[in-house]
Ligand binder design. Structure first.
Ligand SMILES: Nc1ncnc2c1ncn2[C@@H]1O[C@H](COP(=O)(O)OP(=O)(O)OP(=O)(O)O)[C@@H](O)[C@H]1O
Ligand SMILES: [Mg+2]
Length: 271
């Protein structure tokens, strides 16, 4: 049974009296422990999809199921929203313990638990710093650690490295791959960085422009750590960019002919 099953989700918002269709019949499945990346053009509905999956926003039609049970509200998924949302008035350690406190863990025990993870998340020595005293990368790692401390089997990350420069972003990707390998949670990652999706994910789901539909999905059958300079990587990237449309996500990307035979074994067109 898939860990997460999204079936036929549709959603419209109303803006200034006009109906704005945002999601149009989205379906995909995520296997237990898998890392699935969702890519799509800006404004296509990625964050809306994530909020519905996390039970924070109702869908107009369709279902989300975790372990076969329909999601009717929040609580199934650890969610890192697109903004880091650290409380500026709380020290790092007290930001990190929020999910533990929400579960009823006493403050002292919660702090001890959070402390244990600081070195692994590159935050050692910063427990007492305020968010304004941390770098952008540290704030994002802190938001990630807080998400992991939520201790749900599914972790949903909405552009977790969006605010970072390319170099820091690459380092964070290596690090997230490592975290996933060690912690073995099911991860859903939204990104508009195709390289990031292909470096990290077991499966990439490509959404088309708003209203979003799944236009392409592929299992990324490449050894880890991924070599972004390999021809097989370039072939996957070419296929994903082709389905994203005009390649606006990465204008510098070289044109790639088709994928080599076999590279797209898991690929299939969406609905
Ligand atoms: N709460 C809301 N009320 C009304 N419209 C909304 C709401 N949230 C999102 N929208 C609209 O839905 C569309 C999709 O927004 P969404 O944030 O899901 O896109 P996105 O793919 O995450 O974009 P980005 O890549 O820029 O993060 C946008 O046109 C946005 O204006
Ligand atoms: Mg978004």
């Amino acid at each position: 049974m898939p860990k997460l099953l999204v079936e036929n989700l549709s959603k419209s918002y109303v803006q200034e009296g006009q109906r704005l269709p945002v999601l149009d019949g989205i379906s995909f499945a995520v296997e237990p422990g898998a890392f699935v990346a969702i890519v799509g053009p800006s404004g296509c509905g990625k964050s809306t999809l994530m909020e519905i999956i996390c039970g924070l926003e109702p869908a107009d039609a369709g279902t989300v199921a975790v372990d076969g049970k329909p999601v009717t509200g929040p609580g199934h998924v650890a969610y890192m929203p697109q903004e880091d949302l650290l409380f500026p008035w709380r020290r790092l350690i007290d930001n990190l313990i929020v999910p533990l406190q929400l579960k009823g863990v006493p403050r002292h025990a919660a702090r001890q638990e959070a402390h244990r993870w600081l070195p692994f998340f590159g935050l050692d020595g910063f427990a007492d710093a305020y968010p304004s005293q941390l770098s952008g990368g540290m704030r994002q790692r802190a938001a990630l650690l807080r998400t992991f401390l939520t201790e749900r089997e599914i972790i949903a990350l909405d552009e977790p490295f969006g605010a970072l420069d390319a170099h820091t972003r690459r380092r964070m990707q290596v690090w997230l791959a490592d975290v996933h390998r060690q912690m073995r949670r099911t991860v859903l990652l939204i990104t508009h960085d195709v390289d990031e999706a292909l470096v990290l994910a077991d499966r990439v789901v490509v959404l088309g422009p708003r209203p979003a539909r799944v236009v392409y999905e592929a299992d990324i059958d490449l050894p880890r750590p991924r070599d972004i300079l390999s021809p097989a990587f370039a072939a996957y990237k070419g296929a994903v960019l082709a389905h994203l449309g005009n390649g606006e996500e990465d204008p510098s990307a070289p044109a790639v002919a088709g994928p080599p035979p076999g590279a797209m074994a898991g690929g299939r067109r969406g609905h």
